[in-house]
Design a protein around this ligand. Structure first.
Ligand code: ATP
Ligand code: MN
Length: 473
């Protein structure tokens, strides 16, 4: 007999028909004459209830049906008299595919997420992590569907790179050199000409620079792949290995970029609401009672678009009225997360797209604004057409910008920042040969999953997190 997935069994109404289910035991309880087994196979958050008459089966068999054990059950599908489920399986035969001894670490309910992180290989079998991983899959589908439907090409940028100029973060080096016997020059500097690529290479911190090459040929591309940053930032928002989505679009201006960011992110959240109903309902009940409402709000609200300078004015006014922050916020400072949270969660109570940042706190490739901003009546320094999308609970979820397409201006900025030019020749060719206005952004996939699931720690929305001092599993 062919196995039926539990998600399909629960939707079936073929009562009286034989059915074969396979899965892992969630709970097992019994009254005098019957045993009730909740079985889950990962196809849905819901379990199917197996009803087994005590007399039909060996007592030894029931003793092996412990939480976590894997079973194959054949029986008749019947309408369920109990509440909470439409159908159940009256067991005819039960086979134990895999027993589960009493030291199974996921046995108890209500373990802390911290505890479960020690068992990242087994936590996937819990309701919560099952829900998160199904939502993660759905978000990947939403992203590919959105871009495909809008005429973007999925463009694969390299994970190994020889340029370290993006400055987005500390890099992990890639080498086949014998670390116990390093070739060095007279000054004692490591020589790379005998390394695999004949030069120093690292894991990418962003696919953007190569993405720009794709966009200025194909019109609109997106990347979706792993990204590596060796920053020692042990925060609930940072991973050393995370997934990033980076669309890059020719002929797009700042206004259109913000439209894209807002439309795209709303599409993803709407997708979750439409396709992950059971899992979201579960998370809303068990993890975060405000989750569904927050998701609905974001889909139904217009994001605030706020120039950095105006943001500073709002923050300074709040400080003048007695609001206390740990960090200062003068024009030119990078906003701390407490400032972002104030604007998003207290002042506007909506997602905020912050734009036109001071040039010096943003990357070299951002397009410089024509006019200098005025802050509290005073003319300030240059700003750039960068956008950060700031979300409640999360902070920065997207960072994007219009790119500087003028070759001279771009080179001047590269020189001003002492970025090694020799590594950049191929990137600068986009500006030399048929340069065009273009823009793009980077979305941290796990930050999106954090928002959609209501989880608090980024280590809990990726199957096997990589963070400082942690590369287990
Ligand atoms: P942050 O200031 O939060 O560290 P960033 O400004 O360094 O982020 P960007 O270079 O703008 O990040 O990268 C684009 C997006 O990638 C960010 O908006 C964020 O969603 C995500 N991101 C960046 N760093 C990480 C990380 N270490 N772990 C997970 N996601 C990240
Ligand atoms: Mn950023």
């Amino acid at each position: 007999m062919k196995r039926t997935k539990i998600i399909d069994i629960l939707q079936s109404q073929e009562y009286g028909q034989p059915v074969l289910a396979k899965g892992w035991v969630r709970t097992h309880r019994n009254s005098k004459s019957v045993h009730f087994i909740a079985l889950n196979d990962g196809s849905t958050i819901k379990n199917v209830q197996i009803v087994a008459d005590s007399e039909k089966f060996d007592a030894d068999l029931f003793r092996l049906i412990t939480t976590g054990a894997c079973l194959s059950v054949e029986g008749l599908l019947t309408e369920s008299p109990g509440s909470g489920q439409s159908c159940e399986i009256q067991a005819e035969t039960i086979n134990i595919l895999g027993t589960c001894p009493a030291d199974y670490p996921m046995q108890k309910k209500g373990q802390s997420f911290e505890y479960m992180r020690q068992y990242a290989h087994l936590r996937l079998r819990t309701n919560t992590f099952g829900a998160i991983m199904r939502i993660r899959h759905n978000m990947a589908m939403a992203i590919h569907t959105y871009f495909h439907n809008h005429g973007y090409y999925y463009f694969h940028t390299p994970l190994i790179t020889a340029s370290d100029c993006e400055g987005a973060g500390q890099m992990f080096q890639v080498t086949t050199k014998n670390l116990y016997d390093l070739k060095k020059d007279e000054e004692g500097k490591i020589v790379y000409d005998d390394d695999f690529f004949g030069k120093q290479t690292s894991l990418t911190v962003s696919g953007q620079l190569e993405g720009e090459l794709g966009a200025t040929a194909l019109g609109a591309i997106y990347t979706f792949g792993p990204t590596f940053r060796a920053e020692n930032s042990n925060t609930p928002r940072h991973l050393a290995e995370f997934w990033m989505i980076e669309p890059e679009i020719a002929f797009m201006d700042l206004e259109e970029l913000m439209d894209l960011e807002e439309d795209f992110i709303k599409y993803c959240i709407r997708w979750a609401l439409e396709n992950c109903h059971d899992d979201l309902e579960f998370l809303n009940k068990m993890i975060d009672k405000g989750l569904l409402e927050r998701l609905q709000n974001v889909v139904n609200t217009e994001f605030i678009r706020l120039p950095y300078t105006q943001g500073i004015e709002i923050l300074q006014k709040a400080i003048a009225q007695g609001k206390q922050f740990e960090f200062p916020c003068n024009w030119g400072d990078d906003l701390a997360s407490e400032h972002e949270r104030y604007l998003v969660e207290e002042y506007f109570k909506k997602p905020v797209i912050m734009t036109n940042y001071p040039k010096d706190i943003k990357a070299f490739y951002m397009k410089i604004d024509e006019e200098k901003p005025v802050c509290n009546g005073k003319v300030m320094n240059d700003t750039v057409q960068g956008t950060d999308v700031l979300f409640p609970q999360i902070g920065e979820i997207i960072g994007g910008s219009v790119r500087e397409e003028n070759n001279d201006k771009l080179i001047a900025e590269i020189k001003r920042r002492n970025i090694p030019m020799k590594d950049m020749w191929w990137y600068l060719d986009t500006r030399k040969y048929g340069s065009c206005p273009h823009a793009g952004f980077g979305l941290g996939f796990e930050r999106l999953i954090l928002f959609v699931t209501g989880m608090q720690n980024i280590r809990d929305v990726i199957p096997f997190p990589r963070t400082p001092n942690n590369a287990e599993f």
